[in-house]
Design a protein around this ligand. Structure first.
Ligand code: GLP
Length: 242
């Protein structure tokens, strides 16, 4: 098992390669299930999927999606939630049925019940592919360094570095939620295929740890070395330390 690595010149080319892989997954399966991610990194891929949908190259009418994570305390109509992000960047521009899109409910009264509900959904929806970004500290989803590899959907306290990386959308550190619901590492690993995208210099050292470091809970993404079908797409900047 080794991770397949593609290096592209820039973010645009990375996004095109990623779209090619996701679209192949959609075309190859009668009822495809896509595990999706948020953050800046996949927005180019989503733009490409929307463009290809508009040109009639691809349809999402049979597709189901399950997202990785959501901030605790934010409802789906909060513009800072990942649910809103997904609508804005992808779902509202394609023919996917809203009832086929799953995201943890950050505004649930009881987050531990919500985690159980989400685990049940994941068990019943076998993902053909799981898309991932990577945090500058090597996190995947919101699984911070030190998370057990056998974790399933849970409520996480976010690392300071993660809150700092994401504070832009919240207009100040003090407004960034402290907790989130995330798929666990074992949930991520149970997808048939993994596709991780990384762009920019600030990801280069996490990328190095993931690909060349030893498999360790200190770098959650290093677990991908043990996945039977993991692909990583990097731009030049993100690949500069490998
Ligand atoms: C957040 C998300 C991750 C994402 C990471 C990197 O922490 N929970 O899923 O991979 O940010 O985000 P970006 O792509 O904006 O660098």
């Amino acid at each position: 098992m080794s991770i397949k690595v593609f290096i592209r010149n820039d973010y645009q080319e990375l996004s095109i390669k990623a779209a090619e892989i996701v679209e192949e997954t959609v075309s190859d399966n009668p009822f495809p299930v896509l595990g999706l991610a948020t953050g800046k990194t996949p927005t180019g891929l989503y733009r490409q999927l929307v463009a290809d949908y508009s040109r009639g190259i691809i349809s999402f009418s049979n597709v189901k999606t399950v997202n990785l994570d959501e901030y605790a305390g934010l409802s789906a109509d909060d513009t800072r939630s990942f649910a809103f992000f997904m609508k804005k960047n992808l779902f509202s521009h394609i023919d996917i049925l809203p009832q086929n899109t799953y995201i943890p409910n950050g505004a649930a009264d009881d987050l531990s019940i919500e985690c159980r509900r989400y685990s049940y959904i994941l068990k019943n929806l076998k993902r053909d592919i799981q898309l991932l970004g990577i945090g500058s500290n090597g996190h995947i989803g919101f699984n911070e360094p030190g998370t057990p590899f056998d974790s399933t959907t849970y409520v996480v306290r976010l690392a300071e570095s993660t809150r700092k990386d994401n504070f832009g959308a919240f207009g100040g550190m003090e407004n960034v939620p402290e907790m989130a619901i995330t798929m666990g590492i074992s949930d991520i690993m149970s997808a048939k295929k993994i596709l991780l995208l990384a762009s920019g210099k600030n990801k280069a050292s996490a990328v190095r740890e993931m690909l060349l470091g030893k498999v360790s809970e200190d770098c959650p993404a290093s677990i991908l070395q043990r996945h039977p079908d993991a692909t990583v797409i990097l731009d030049r900047d993100a690949s500069r330390l490998i």
